[in-house]
Design a protein around this ligand. Structure first.
Ligand code: ATP
Length: 245
């Protein structure tokens, strides 16, 4: 018997501004403790899917108009984003969205804002263990390199002690070497902390190197899914998403 997934997206439809239909019956499962990759071309609706899960859709006049999203056994579609954070889902936004005029440490502390225990110092040390460079950076976060800002955004998510982290394009703007480093750390965090990760990526190769399963989206729905190995071996995936390699 397979356990119920931690996150189940069931046949959702998402509309922006009451008229723009972007997700057209999208379904996916994310098992507890897994890393799952959500892949697809520009405009397929990957970011919209993450925003539907985190509730941030509301802040952009978007709405889940059909279907349901179930997290940890409870419906979460239509709930406010801050309540979804409290239920254990934390989204690392595309473009990182760290606070430029605060220090890295202050940004990390902000990640813990929903926690009732104020004893966050141990977790700051834990984040520094994964990202030692952040400890050395005492200036404003806006002056960090792209890679360091990405690390800070992931560290801030860890500070919330979430059950699940949603990551929107962690490879964006990073050199191939840094992509490797950041994805290695994502894998490590998943293994060590047991946190479930849903990863949106244009870089299918990097995503499938750490994920156990993947979903491929086109025009607002899933067109293919399978284990990472199955997807890497699929001819269409090779041609369209892995650069013909
Ligand atoms: P990308 O990698 O470019 O972010 P994506 O797969 O994440 O692509 P989305 O950002 O989810 O795709 O966008 C899917 C579609 O929804 C696009 O056609 C986009 O123009 C539209 N869209 C996204 N956000 C909004 C919004 N706030 N209002 C109206 N339409 C939107």
């Amino acid at each position: 018997a397979t356990a119920a997934p931690l996150l189940a997206v069931r046949n959702i439809e998402v509309v922006y501004d009451n008229v723009i239909l972007v997700l057209r019956g999208l379904s996916m499962d994310v098992p507890k403790g897994a890393i799952v990759a959500l892949l697809g071309a520009n405009g397929a609706g990957k970011s919209t899917t993450l925003k539907a899960i985190s509730g941030l859709l509301k802040t952009e006049d978007g709405e889940v108009t059909r279907g349901e999203i179930v997290f940890d056994g409870e419906r979460i579609d239509g709930i406010d984003p801050d309540k979804i954070v409290r239920r254990g889902i934390f989204q690392v936004m595309e473009g990182r969205r760290i606070i430029a005029d605060m220090t890295a440490l202050e940004n990390l502390r902000l990640g813990a804002y929903t926690r009732s225990d104020k004893n966050v110092d141990d977790d700051i040390d834990m984040v520094y263990k994964y990202f030692p460079r952040l400890k050395e950076r005492t200036g404003l976060a806006g002056y960090l390199s792209g890679g360091e800002q990405q690390m800070l955004a992931i560290g801030r998510a860890m500070m919330a002690r979430p059950k699940m982290i949603l990551m929107d394009e962690p490879s964006m703007g990073l050199s191939p070497l840094l992509v490797k480093e950041v994805f290695g750390i994502i894998k490590q965090i998943n293994r060590d902390l047991g946190v479930t990760i849903l990863l949106v990526e244009q870089n299918a190769r990097a995503a499938l190197s750490v994920a156990s399963h993947g979903y491929i989206m086109e025009q607002g729905k899933v067109v293919l899914d399978g284990t990472a190995a199955e997807l890497r071996d699929n001819e269409d995936v090779k041609e369209f998403y892995l650069g013909g390699a």
